[in-house]
Design a protein around this ligand. Structure first.
Ligand SMILES: Nc1ncnc2c1ncn2[C@@H]1O[C@H](COP(=O)(O)OP(=O)(O)OP(=O)(O)O)[C@@H](O)[C@H]1O
Ligand SMILES: [Mg+2]
Length: 260
């Protein structure tokens, strides 16, 4: 384990793994509230990296900076080899079609059916998949991968919390992204449903070989899914390591995360 301001460590492999995300010295303030204060993160190809931090520590702000929904005050954000600061709207849009984003709380469109919710990214990023008139095969495939093919014509209000999360997951997957960002994928779900969602995240990673950045409060989720965990404390990447390493730490700021 490393604490303080660790340099991101690549997992031990023969050829150096490629970085899918590189964040360097990221700063973000809202007035007096200096949320991110020089945050660094590297995510490698096919890796599952979990970011944990207290509520209000800036996890969602960091993820929004990653997809260009928020602009950093300082620092560099590079996604799939592209420096976000150098991209125009069109280039950013194209890059976003390679990123699946599971928003905090699912964020389905309430006035659209499940099918329409899944068609939304297909229509928005039509150029990525070529011109097609029939979206049904792609919608069905994505819903099947989360076990919800039967729910295609339902409205979000007819779904349970766990089903909504699955639909949101299917929507994040439908463009076959190289990278998936999960913001609190299990929050608000009971332990059994949380386990099911975690199982799905793992099977998706196995099937598509995507890299995943997972923000979570859920220590069990981190234990099961993370190859590496990064702790965001006081605006920086305070500590980094495997679950085993971090959970044995005697640093009070690290221990606080793992106390049951
Ligand atoms: N658009 C905004 N305008 C002003 N302040 C903001 C804005 N977005 C976030 N903040 C502030 O930035 C800080 C970090 O917020 P953020 O949503 O990233 O927290 P978080 O770590 O995701 O918390 P949680 O675990 O509760 O989701 C908070 O103090 C929040 O009030
Ligand atoms: Mg958040």
């Amino acid at each position: 384990m490393e604490t303080g301001r660790p340099h991101s460590q690549a997992p031990q492999r023969e050829t150096p793994p490629k970085a899918v995300i590189r964040i360097r010295d990221l700063h973000k303030r809202f007035g007096e509230n200096h949320v991110l204060r020089g945050f660094d993160l590297t995510l490698y190809e096919k890796e599952n990296l979990v970011v944990m931090g207290k509520s209000g520590s800036g996890k969602s702000v960091m993820i929004k900076c990653l997809v260009g929904l928020m602009e950093p005050d300082e620092g560099m954000v590079e996604v799939l080899g592209q420096d976000l600061a150098t991209l125009d709207r069109q280039e950013l849009d194209r890059l976003r079609s390679d990123i699946g984003f599971l928003f905090q709380g699912s964020a389905l469109y309430d006035s659209m059916t499940v099918r329409e919710n899944l068609e939304f990214p297909l229509r928005r990023h039509r150029e990525k998949l070529g011109h097609f008139t029939d979206t049904l095969p792609l919608v069905t495939e994505a819903l099947e991968s989360v076990g919800l093919a039967h729910a295609i014509d339902l409205m979000p209000e007819e779904l349970s919390g766990g089903m909504k999360r699955r639909v949101a997951l299917a929507r994040a997957l439908i463009l076959k992204p190289k990278l998936i960002l999960y913001d609190e994928p299990t929050s608000g779900l009971d332990p059994i449903t949380s386990k099911e969602i975690i199982g799905l995240m793992r099977s998706i990673q196995g099937k598509y070989g995507t890299a995943s950045l997972i923000i979570t409060h859920d220590v069990d989720c981190a234990r099961v899914i993370a190859e590496r965990i990064l702790l965001l404390v006081d605006g920086i990447n305070y500590a980094e390591g495997s679950y085993g390493e971090l959970s044995q730490s005697t640093d009070p700021k690290v221990e606080a995360f793992f106390k049951k």
